[in-house]
Design a protein around this ligand. Structure first.
Ligand code: GLN
Length: 287
């Protein structure tokens, strides 16, 4: 990369390298995000300065970022943060990168508590805290207990809650799903691990080598977490309370059955933007 090149020429060169390596459909966006980060600019700032020369002293740093992406590391991991529901979440190696399809779980959960004043929410397997914190941001009268089995994830969730200004209504604990919680929740949400061990080799490198395995895999068929969670949720919800769980596309029939076995009513499946089954909702009987 020659020192006299413009910012645009340099990020395009980076994008080409990413495209050559993994044919990534987001190569341009990836390279722009990495260039902006490297130059201390936001997306608008980068756009405004595209014709300026790329500062020569930052070229080596930019190349290093591009090399990490070429080697398969996701941009969110390289930058250490990811946007979810319009909020910026910090990541640690112990947290899943929040996914756009999980924003649909937040939408569904908000619908379920629409008529509930001061809803009391639990988020099981909170990771970055993205679901819980998005809910608290949208419902300023809500409070939430979030649980994660990994201390480092729980600490990251607490830090995200502090940075996003919802900490007073957010408590986080380390635990095995809801095992240590007391009943009385209006809503329990979870995006648990749901990939089967047998599907490990079908995953992209971005996911398989960079997201924490404990956040991805749940037994041979991916249903292990639901088997544990659903009976617990049934006993933790207040009468009339709702649950919304993210699922893998092929898991709706099995998760629906688990819900019915746990005596939930109003079991229903919601689709994501791509038209795939993505969230199962269910209500605990009122009496
Ligand atoms: N609840 C977190 C999220 O949706 C973590 C999910 C997980 O680790 N499986 O990002």
């Amino acid at each position: 990369m020659s020192p006299s090149e413009s910012i645009a020429a340099v990020w395009r060169r980076g994008a080409a390298a990413i495209r050559r390596a993994n044919g990534n459909a987001t190569a341009d966006l990836d390279a722009r995000l990495l260039a902006a980060n490297c130059l201390g600019l936001d997306a608008t700032g980068l756009f405004a300065r595209e014709r300026d020369p790329f500062p020569p002293e930052r070229l080596a740093a930019f190349s290093a970022l591009i090399e990490r992406r070429v080697a398969g590391e996701p941009v969110a991991r390289i930058l250490g943060h990811k946007e979810f529901y319009g909020l910026d979440f910090r990541l640690s190696p112990d947290t899943l990168v929040p996914r756009p399809e999980t924003e649909g779980l937040v939408d569904v959960a908000l619908e379920l508590i629409e008529g509930v004043a001061k809803p009391f929410i639990a988020d099981l397997g909170t990771g970055t805290g993205c679901i819980a914190i998005a809910l608290l941001t949208m419902r300023t009268d809500a409070s939430c207990v979030a649980v994660d089995i990994a201390c480092e994830a729980a600490a990251m969730a607490r830090e995200n809650a502090r940075l996003l200004g919802v900490e007073p209504r957010f408590s986080v604990m380390v635990g095995d799903w809801g095992g240590a919680l007391s009943p009385g929740f209006d809503l329990i949400v979870s995006n648990p691990p749901y990939i089967g061990e047998s599907e490990r080799n079908d995953l992209s490198v971005d996911v398989r080598d960079h997201d924490p395995a404990i956040a991805l895999f749940a037994g041979e068929t991916g249903l292990a977490a639901y088997r544990q969670l659903i009976p617990q949720i049934a006993s933790l919800l207040a009468p009339g309370g709702w649950t919304a769980l993210e699922i893998g596309t092929a898991q709706a029939p099995a998760v629906r059955r688990l819900m019915q076995n746990a005596h939930f009513s109003a079991v229903a499946v919601r689709k994501d933007m791509a038209g795939h089954d993505r969230v199962v909702i269910a209500q605990k009987a009122a009496t």
